[in-house]
Design a protein around this ligand. Structure first.
Ligand code: SF4
Length: 287
C-alpha cells in the first residue's frame, strides 16, 4: 500500500486504484468487521445506502432533541418538544428518502407515533431542564493510536466529575451479552474527547424506546459507565486493528463477503452472489 502524506497530516492509502477513506468512524469500523465487501461497496465504491424507516426516524428524533437542548433549560419541556416535532415534520415528509418509503397513511401515522414515543422516552430517562449542555452533535476529529478518527457525539454535558458523552439510540437495547460491544462507540468518543483535552468522567447510551405497537411496549433504557481506561484502551485497540485490516484489504484488493442474517437487509445484495444465496436460504427460498 502506498502512503500519501495528505492534507491535515492524514495518510491516504492507495493500492490497485483503491483509495481508503481518510478517517474511520465507529460505524465504518463496525461495517468492516461485519462484512468487508459491504464496507467496500459503501466506503470505497461510494454506492448509495438509502436509509430505511428506522434510520430516518432516528435522524428525525436526533434533530428534535438537538433543537430541544438548544433552548434555555426552563423551556426544554414536553410541550416544546411537541412543537419542535410539528415544526420539523414537513422537512422530513418532503425528504426524498422518506418519500421513497411510500408509506401508507397508517404507516406514516405509526412512524410519527413511534418518533414521538422516542422523544417521550428521552424525557423518561433525562430531565432536560437539568442538563448542563456543553455541545450537541459535536464533530470529533482526532488521531487515536495512529488512526485518523472521526465521529459525531449527540450530546456532551457536564456531569459532577467531568464531561459526559451521550449517544441516543432509537433501536432496541442490546441483550446483556452485547452491551460491551455496543459501548465501543462511546468509548471511542471518550478517547477522542480526551485526546482533544477534555476530561471525560462518564459515557452513556440512551435507548429511547422500542418499536412495538402501543405505548405500553416502550421501554427506554440507559446504559451508563464511569470512565474506564481499560475499556477505552480496548476500544482504541480494536479500532486500530480494524484500520490495519482495511489497509491490508486495500493492499490485496480482497474484500471477501461475510454472509449472515444481515444479508437480508443489505442494500448491495443484488451485486453480491453469496449474499443472494444466503438471503434465499434463510428465507426458505433456495432451489
Ligand atoms: S449481501 Fe451479505 S455478504 Fe453481500 S455485501 Fe451484503 S452483507 Fe456482505
Amino acid at each position: 500500500m502506498n502512503v500519501d502524506p495528505h492534507a491535515d497530516g492524514v495518510a491516504v492509502g492507495i493500492a490497485r486504484d483503491v483509495e481508503v477513506p481518510r478517517s474511520l468512524s465507529p460505524s465504518g469500523a463496525s461495517t468492516f468487521r461485519q462484512c468487508k465487501r459491504r464496507w467496500k461497496f459503501r466506503y470505497i465504491d461510494k454506492r448509495p445506502d438509502p436509509p430505511g424507516a428506522p434510520a430516518l426516524r432516528g435522524t428525525f428524533v436526533h434533530h428534535v432533541l438537538e433543537e430541544l437542548l438548544a433552548a434555555a433549560s426552563a423551556h426544554r419541556t414536553l410541550e416544546r418538544a411537541r412543537a419542535i416535532c410539528r415544526d420539523q415534520w414537513p422537512a422530513l415528509a418532503g425528504n426524498a428518502d422518506f418519500a421513497a418509503l411510500e408509506l401508507s397513511a397508517d404507516d406514516e401515522r405509526a412512524f410519527r407515533w413511534n418518533a414521538w414515543r422516542d422523544v417521550e422516552g428521552f424525557f423518561d430517562l433525562v430531565d432536560p431542564t437539568g442538563v448542563d449542555v456543553v455541545d450537541r452533535e459535536r464533530d470529533l476529529v482526532a488521531t487515536l493510536d495512529g488512526v485518523p478518527f472521526r465521529g459525531i457525539v449527540d450530546l456532551v454535558d457536564r456531569a459532577p466529575d467531568g464531561l459526559r458523552i451521550t449517544d441516543y439510540k432509537t433501536g432496541r437495547p442490546p441483550r446483556a451479552r452485547f452491551v460491551d460491544s455496543r459501548l465501543t462507540q462511546v468509548w471511542l468518543y471518550a478517547a477522542a474527547a480526551a485526546a482533544l483535552g477534555d476530561e471525560v468522567s462518564e459515557v452513556r447510551l440512551l435507548y429511547l424506546g422500542e418499536t412495538g405497537n402501543g405505548r405500553d411496549t416502550r421501554k427506554p433504557v440507559e446504559i451508563a459507565r464511569s470512565f474506564d481506561h481499560d475499556a477505552v484502551h480496548a476500544a482504541v485497540d480494536e479500532h486500530r486493528v480494524t484500520w490495519d485490516r482495511i489497509g491490508q484489504a486495500a493492499g490485496s484488493g480482497e474484500f471477501e463477503p461475510t454472509t449472515g442474517p444481515l444479508c437480508s437487509w443489505c442494500p448491495y445484495r443484488d451485486d453480491c452472489p453469496e449474499g443472494q444465496v444466503e438471503h434465499l436460504r434463510r428465507n426458505g427460498l433456495a432451489a
